[in-house]
Design a protein around this ligand. Structure first.
Ligand code: NAD
Length: 538
């Protein structure tokens, strides 16, 4: 990362001649966003630097731990009225946000690229995702929340209904890798369910999250319901202490800390954590399509994607055709940091991330892995760029064989048959996403049924499952708890309440049944229970 003097020099460069000058955020343009942070007046600010240029972005106030409690109090006060608003009316805010995000995409795409360093095509995935999620919940959410009649204890006499009530205030802690998507993916269903929200984005990408909060209010969300605090672990931990349910997206290590804290408070926790995802190219796969799909699956967002493929498993029968086709496509990838669609892959987000990626590759090579392409820091493109990298013969004791790299690095393993492929795919503590390529949908489905992962894409890497927002998305094993998207993602942010009305007055009341003399009530109930089963009443 450039030091501040370099960055200042860049800021002062002539905007007529230096194209990077367009990368500078004007303080006046973001002042209304920065003002949204819940922090004490005069609180020290944090200035993130753009991974693309090293230039400082904007000073964002840092919240203190007590600001998280204050934010929760403000959200709680606003939530009381919001809980009384009909779900269909709440849904209108989501549908308005859908239109707004698509209409203003060029602004938010710039901001996402500046904060995260990603290519514009990867930034657009975030815009598309927000449109998908807001449309789905805007149209289907009120139906998911509708009360449900279920069979009561006594047919006809006992009427049972299940309601989905708001929990209160939901905390959302988000990482830096999808700053817009992960600021909204859980906030939208939380709000639709009638909750208030405290959002804590990563400090590197706070402006995108603040843009999302601002856009929601412009879409009609009442003021106060969504509060944003900015800071690191200390503030995140204070959020967990102040809310009634926590949604955390981030590393498995931090997820375990948050789960312990939520357990102590007996609040619910939805945890979307890391992955070491695999993709299998079966013997009957279309090899060219699989090679093109693997490029997107492994290197979208520079591999800094929880659903990204880091392990390629290839059937021996197609390895000689697949590998050269894949490597040729990887070599042809365009790296760049322009605020347009000219690059296939952008930079990494930070010097720490670059260091981690290089360390994983160097460790694997030192233990005998072969570099099929990449394996180098691309400082010629920019300070935080790393070449998309394909490794073969990665030994089992290499760090990248087991740990999530979270960068543009994939290892290739050749297997003799499907059974060996399934063993290789499941040989990980994680279970987030997987991909299977086959010429037959039936074969693909049969393989998917044997994979231990929350999502399995057949003939795609990750986008098909991610974009199928009506279906639940989340991790097995160490990849998480709970689900986002679909009915599950919305109802997981509610409290179920069962309301049972016993009709019929005193002569059929349960009290009367239980107070019959000498076990007569129990005998009657036993007869009734046998009858219910015989009549197949559930
Ligand atoms: P991280 O766990 O370091 O940080 C994530 C967030 O948690 C940040 O906002 C951070 O400030 C906050 N935080 C850190 N320590 C905390 C603590 N003790 N208490 C409360 N908050 C705390 O993760 P990261 O490195 O920023 O993100 C990358 C990770 O996120 C990868 O492992 C990736 O797989 C995962 N991820 C998962 C999904 C998913 O849906 N499963 C999506 C995106 C990213």
């Amino acid at each position: 990362m450039a030091n501040d003097d370099d960055a200042l020099e860049m800021l002062l460069s002539d905007p007529e001649t230096d194209p990077r000058a367009t990368y500078v955020l004007e303080p006046d343009d973001v002042a209304h966003l920065v003002a949204r942070v819940v922090a004490a007046t005069g609180a020290p600010g944090h200035t993130a630097h753009s991974p693309l240029t090293g230039a400082p972005l904007a000073a964002v106030p840092r919240s203190a731990a007590q600001d998280a409690a204050r934010a929760a109090g403000l959200a709680r006060a606003a939530q009381r009225d919001w809980a009384r608003v009909a779900p269909a009316q709440r849904a209108r805010v989501l549908l308005a946000l859908h239109d707004l995000v698509l209409a203003e995409q060029s602004d938010i795409l710039d901001l996402i690229q500046l904060e995260s360093g990603k290519a514009r095509a990867s930034a657009f995935e975030e815009v598309a995702d927000v449109a998908q999620v807001s449309r789905h919940y805007g149209l289907r959410g009120p139906g998911y929340l509708r009360q449900r009649r279920v069979p009561g204890m006594l047919p006809v006499l006992t009427q049972a209904r299940v309601h989905h009530r708001p929990i209160g205030v939901v905390g959302v802690i988000a990482p830096w890798n999808y700053p817009l998507t992960l600021a909204l993916a859980d906030v939208l269903p939380a709000l639709l369910a009638g909750n208030g929200v405290v959002l804590k984005p990563d400090e590197q990408t706070a402006l995108s999250a603040l843009w999302a909060a601002d856009a929601l209010e412009r879409a009609g969300l009442p003021a106060g319901l969504l509060q944003v605090v900015v800071g690191g672990a200390e503030v995140g931990s204070a959020v967990v202490d102040a809310v009634d349910h926590i949604v955390f997206t981030g590393s498995t290590a931090t997820g375990r800390i948050i789960a312990r804290q939520a357990g102590e408070r007996l609040i619910g926790a939805t945890l979307e954590l890391g992955g070491k995802n695999s993709m299998y190219v079966a013997a009957d796969a279309d090899v060219e399509a699989a090679a093109a799909g693997a490029v997107r699956a492994c290197f979208s967002n520079s591999g800094q994607l929880c659903m990204s493929i880091e392990r390629l498993v290839v059937h021996a029968d197609v390895a000689d055709a697949f590998l050269p086709a894949f490597v040729a496509r990887v070599r042809a990838m365009r790296l760049g940091g322009d605020l347009d669609y000219s690059a296939d892959m952008g930079s990494l987000v930070s010097a720490a991330q670059l260091e981690r990626v290089a360390a994983h590759v160097d460790d694997a090579v030192a233990r005998g892995a072969r570099v099929l392409t990449g394996g180098v820091h691309r400082s010629d493109v920019g300070e935080l760029f790393y070449a998309p990298t394909v490794l073969a013969d990665v030994p089992a004791d290499a760090v990248c064989a087991r740990e999530e790299t979270f960068g543009p690095v994939v290892s290739v393993t050749v297997v003799p048959d499907d059974d060996a492929a399934i063993v290789a795919m499941n040989d990980t503590e994680y279970g987030l996403n997987a991909s299977v390529w086959s010429g037959s949908a039936a074969h693909g489905r049969a393989l998917a049924a044997r994979v231990e992962a929350g999502t399995v894409n057949v003939n795609d890497g990750y986008a098909a499952a991610w974009g199928s927002v009506a279906a639940p998305l989340g991790g097995w094993k160490a990849s998480g708890l709970g689900r986002r998207h679909g009915r599950e993602g919305l109802l997981g942010l509610t409290e179920a309440q069962t309301v049972v009305v016993q009709r019929g007055g005193r002569h059929v009341s349960l009290d009367a049944l239980f107070t019959l003399p000498e076990g007569k009530g129990q005998a009657l109930l036993s007869t009734g229970l046998r009858a219910l089963k015989a009549l197949r009443l559930p």
